[in-house]
Write a protein that binds this ligand. Structure first.
Ligand code: NAD
Length: 471
C-alpha cells in the first residue's frame, strides 16, 4: 500500500462541485443511478468525462431524461437541470459498456434474506450485463460496498465469460454522505484505489484527476484491502455513535451533560468532534447493513469482531430504549395517545427512509396502540409507502395539532428553528421528546413543555459548558 499526498489540499475544498479542471477525458459507463451512481456520474461529467448512466428502472430513467432528480440530494437537481452535455442515460448496459474505457458498478448491495450475508444479485447481474460487450482494455470498477473477496469473484466471473480478454477489476469504495453527496464526491477526504493492475490504477488516476490535482490523498492498495477499508470506516463511525449514546444514557443517571462531555473529549484530535451527538440510533442504507455484513464476514473466518457485534446489537437495543423513553414520557402507556413524530428520513437533507430510526419508532408506537402523525420536509412520500396507518403532514405545527406529545426524530434544521410556543399552542398535551437535543430544555419549559432530551442530566439542563480560547 502507498499513500500519495503529494498535492497540497485545496483550501477551497469545502463545498459545491469541483472546478471543471481540464482533464484527459474518459468514456465512462456508470451502472446504477442511485445516490452513489447518479451523483458519481453527474460529477464525473462536470470533471470533463463523457458519462453514460445505466439503470434497469425505466421510471427512474424517464425522470432523468426529463432532467428530474429521482431523489432529494442538495444540488443534484440544479446539476441535472443544467442538461450536462457529457451526461446521458440509457437502459442498455451492454451498449453503454461497449463504448466505455471505465465501467463503474454502483448498484445496491443490501443484506441477504438470511439477515447476515450480502445480497450480491444486483452487482452480479450488472457485471453479467456488461461483460459480453466490455472492451478488453476497459477497467471494471466496483464502487458498490461489497464484502472482501467480491472483486476476486467478479474477476473470476469475467474470465469465465470473456476468456479471451484480461479485463482489470478494481475496487474504488465510495465514502459520500447523503445530504452532502456532491460536495463529498468532488472534495473527498481521500480516494481509495484497490487494484494490482498498473493499467487500472493509471485509468483511475485519470478518472479522478480533478480531485487529485486539488490535493486529495490517494490510498492505493490491494483490491481486498480496499474492500475492507469501506467496512472498517463504517464500523468505526457506528462505534462512535454507539459510544456517545451509552455515555448519554450514563449522563442521565449521573446528572451530567452529554454535550459538554462530547465537547470535552472531541477537542482531542485523537478522538475528534464529529459523530459525537447522541440520537435514536444510526440508520440509512449503509451503516446497519455494513456492520452486520462485516460481523458475518469475520465470523465466517473464525474471527468474530466483538466490538462490531456489540455496536450492531446496541443499535437494535436503542430502538427499544427510545420507545420506552417515549412511553414513560407519555405516562407509561401510549395507547390512545396521539403522538407527532417530526422526521421520517434517517438523517437531514435526504429523502432516504431506508432503515430510518424515525420510521421504526413510528411503527413501534403504532403497534403499541398510539395514533401517529408524521411530518418530514422531504421524505413524506417515501414514508407513506412503508408506513400504512400513520397520518402525514408537511407542516410540523399542523402535524402536532391536537397531539399529546411531540417526538423530534430527525435532525432537520427546520425542527431546531420551530417556534415552540406556536407548536405547544395547538396541542392537547405538553410533552416534547427531543431525540436529537435540538432545543434548549429551558426554552422548551418556557413554552410550557415537559421536556425530555438525551443525556442532559436529571434536570435536563442541556449544554452548560463554556468554551474559551485565549488568543
Ligand atoms: P440505490 O439503491 O439508491 O441505487 C441502486 C440503483 O441501481 C437503483 O437505481 C437500481 O435500479 C439500480 N440497479 C440495480 N440493479 C441494476 C442492474 N443490474 N443494472 C442497472 N441498474 C441496476 O443504492 P445506493 O444508495 O446508491 O448505493 C449503491 C452502493 O453504494 C451500495 O453498495 C451502497 O452500500 C454503497 N454506498 C452507498 C452510500 C449512500 O450514502 N447511499 C454511500 C457509500 C456507499
Amino acid at each position: 500500500m502507498h499513500v500519495d499526498t503529494s498535492f497540497p489540499r485545496s483550501p477551497s475544498a469545502a463545498s459545491g462541485t469541483a472546478q471543471a479542471t481540464p482533464v484527459e477525458s474518459l468514456r465512462v459507463c456508470v451502472v446504477g443511478t442511485g445516490y452513489v451512481g447518479l451523483v458519481s456520474g453527474a460529477c464525473l461529467a462536470t470533471f470533463g468525462h463523457t458519462v453514460c448512466c445505466v439503470d434497469t428502472d425505466a421510471a427512474r430513467l424517464a425522470q432523468l431524461a426529463a432532467g428530474q432528480a429521482p431523489f432529494h440530494e442538495p444540488g443534484l437537481q440544479a446539476l441535472l437541470a443544467q442538461g450536462l452535455e457529457r451526461l446521458r442515460f440509457s437502459p442498455h448496459a451492454a451498449e453503454a459498456a461497449a463504448d466505455a474505457e471505465v465501467v463503474i458498478v454502483a448498484v445496491g448491495t443490501p443484506l441477504a434474506h438470511d439477515g447476515v450475508g450480502t445480497d450480491l444479485s444486483q452487482l452480479l447481474a450488472a457485471v453479467q450485463a456488461v461483460a459480453p460487450a466490455l472492451p478488453a482494455s476497459a477497467v471494471l470498477v466496483l464502487k458498490s460496498t461489497s464484502p472482501v473477496g467480491t472483486g476476486d469473484a467478479v474477476a473470476t466471473l469475467l474470465r469465465e465469460l470473456r476468456p479471451e480478454a484480461d479485463i482489470a477489476v478494481a475496487c474504488n469504495p465510495e465514502f459520500l454522505r447523503e445530504g452532502h453527496a456532491i460536495s463529498d464526491f468532488c472534495h473527498p477526504d481521500r480516494i481509495v484505489f484497490g487494484t494490482d493492475s498498473a493499467h487500472a490504477e493509471a485509468v483511475l488516476r485519470r478518472l479522478h484527476a480533478a480531485q487529485l490535482q486539488a490535493g486529495v490523498p490517494v490510498v492505493a492498495t490491494t483490491r481486498r484491502t480496499a474492500e475492507l477499508v469501506k467496512y472498517a470506516a463504517n464500523a468505526f463511525l457506528a462505534t462512535k455513535l454507539a459510544f456517545i449514546n451509552e455515555i448519554a444514557d450514563l449522563c442521565e443517571c449521573l446528572d451530567t451533560q452529554v454535550e459538554d462531555v462530547a465537547l470535552g473529549i472531541g477537542l482531542d484530535p485523537r478522538i475528534g468532534a464529529q459523530y459525537l451527538r447522541p440520537g435514536p440510533g444510526y440508520g440509512g442504507s449503509c451503516l446497519p447493513k455494513d456492520l452486520v455484513a462485516l460481523a458475518g464476514t469475520a465470523r465466517a473466518h473464525g474471527m468474530p469482531l466483538a466490538i462490531v457485534e456489540a455496536v450492531a446489537q446496541l443499535n437494535e437495543d436503542r430502538k427499544v430504549r427510545m420507545q420506552r423513553k417515549i412511553t414513560e414520557a407519555c405516562g407509561g402507556d401510549v395507547r390512545s395517545r396521539a403522538i407527532a413524530l417530526l422526521g421520517a428520513a434517517f438523517k437531514p437533507d435526504t429523502d432516504d427512509v431506508r432503515a430510518s430510526p424515525a420510521l421504526s419508532l413510528a411503527a413501534a408506537l403504532l403497534a403499541a396502540g398510539a395514533t401517529v402523525r408524521l411530518s418530514d420536509p422531504k421524505a413524506l412520500e417515501r414514508a407513506r409507502t412503508v408506513l400504512p396507518g400513520a397520518a402525514f403532514f408537511a407542516d410540523p405545527v399542523e402535524c402536532a395539532a391536537g397531539c399529546d406529545a411531540v417526538v423530534i426524530a430527525t435532525e432537520w434544521p427546520v425542527y431546531a428553528q420551530l417556534d415552540l410556543h406556536r407548536l405547544r399552542a395547538g396541542m392537547r398535551g405538553a410533552v416534547l421528546i427531543d431525540l436529537r437535543n435540538l432545543h434548549a430544555p429551558a426554552a422548551a419549559r418556557a413554552a410550557g413543555f415537559t421536556y425530555v432530551g438525551l443525556g442532559r442530566g436529571k434536570g435536563g439542563l442541556g449544554e452548560t459548558a463554556t468554551l474559551t480560547r485565549t488568543p
